[in-house]
Design a protein around this ligand. Structure first.
Ligand SMILES: C[S@@+](CC[C@H](N)C(=O)[O-])C[C@H]1O[C@@H](n2cnc3c(N)ncnc32)[C@H](O)[C@@H]1O
Length: 304
């Protein structure tokens, strides 16, 4: 099986289209929203208590739907506070959609948005020059660590920015879901650049546990209806397939034997179950709500 396939991430509008097709066929955003309105609500109520401004960073925010859900909950829990929201997103296409969503959403008068059209590595550099002392109340990295060369380093950097009651939210696929089933079997064939595409929440827990970093975890059940992926020429189905494999135009660019093997795997119990004639890919994720570093509290020089 040939190894070098075109990466979806190299095609900004293509990625954006594929992600939208994925969201349209998936319960992922609804499931994350339920988590934000459920367990995360109480957690957001305890960050930044009494502060006039809550500082937030969205990392890999995409088109901003989940960011605005989180901001809405923060505003409900802290009605008198302003929100200073930094967005880190390298895709210009995604940022255009995010800004459009902001312009159509009411109730954001007390929120300021700073748009960082860049990758996390560049953000880290500019942040250190721009804001060496600024501390954050809430930082989220939702379904984005797969795209980083060094996810662990990014997690440690963003965690280091938290105030003492701050929290870092990480959401990743579980190790027993469809993505792990697919990527464990064929990830090596999908492309050379997505070094961490196969990362799961279990890998991240091991990383945090090894460093004695504490967190709470919450399962977020979700599925993607991939029935259309099996209809030859169905445009939406092909976009979803591109997103699942992170390969640009997978149906056209993958060698036939890889394509066949992937399609068989996708409908196998390792990835999916069939319900009423629909093929439902298990895209369950898990949220880790990571605690900040314990700081020695000294009245003269507390940074929180
Ligand atoms: C699967 S999408 C998730 C978007 C959003 N968090 C959500 O859940 O709807 C992953 C996002 O990570 C962004 N991304 C990719 N590489 C990145 C990097 N190096 N630094 C920051 N974000 C990145 C992508 O552009 C994309 O918007």
């Amino acid at each position: 099986m040939a190894a070098t396939l075109p990466s979806l991430m190299d095609d900004d509008p293509g990625y954006s289209k594929a992600f939208q097709a994925f969201l349209d066929s998936s319960t992922e955003h609804q499931s994350v929203k339920t988590f934000v309105e459920g367990p995360l609500r109480g957690i957001l109520g305890r960050i930044g208590k009494g502060k006039p401004t809550l500082n937030v960073i969205g990392v890999g925010s995409g088109s901003g739907e989940m960011d605005l859900e989180i901001i809405r909950q923060i505003q409900l829990r802290h009605p008198k506070a302003k929100v200073d929201n930094e967005v880190v997103e390298p895709s210009s296409d995604m940022l255009v959609k995010y800004k459009d969503l902001v312009s159509k959403t009411s109730g954001l008068d007390h929120v300021t948005f700073t748009w960082n059209n860049m990758k996390t590595t560049e953000f880290e550099k500019t942040w250190k020059e721009r804001n060496p002392k600024k501390k954050m109340d809430f930082i989220h990295m939702i379904q984005m660590l797969y795209y980083l060369e060094d996810p662990g380093a990014a997690v440690l950097f963003f965690r280091s920015l938290l105030r003492k009651n701050g929290k870092l939210l990480i959401i990743l696929d579980t190790g027993d879901g469809g993505f792990a089933g697919l990527w464990d079997a064929y990830g090596a064939h999908f492309g050379k650049r997505q070094l961490n595409q196969g990362i799961t929440v279990e890998n991240m827990k091991n990383f945090l546990d090894a460093r004695g970093i504490t967190y709470q975890s919450y399962k977020i059940p979700a599925y993607v209806d991939i029935t259309k992926c099996f209809i030859p020429g169905d445009e939406k189905g092909q976009h979803v397939l591109d997103l699942l494999t992170e390969v640009k135009e997978f149906s056209k660019t993958a060698p036939p034997e890889l394509r066949e093997a992937v399609m068989t795997k996708l409908r196998s119990p390792d990835c999916s179950q069939e319900v009423d004639g629909r093929i439902l890919f298990n895209s369950t994720t898990e949220a880790l709500v990571v605690d900040p570093s314990p700081r020695t509290h000294h009245p003269c020089c507390s940074v929180s």
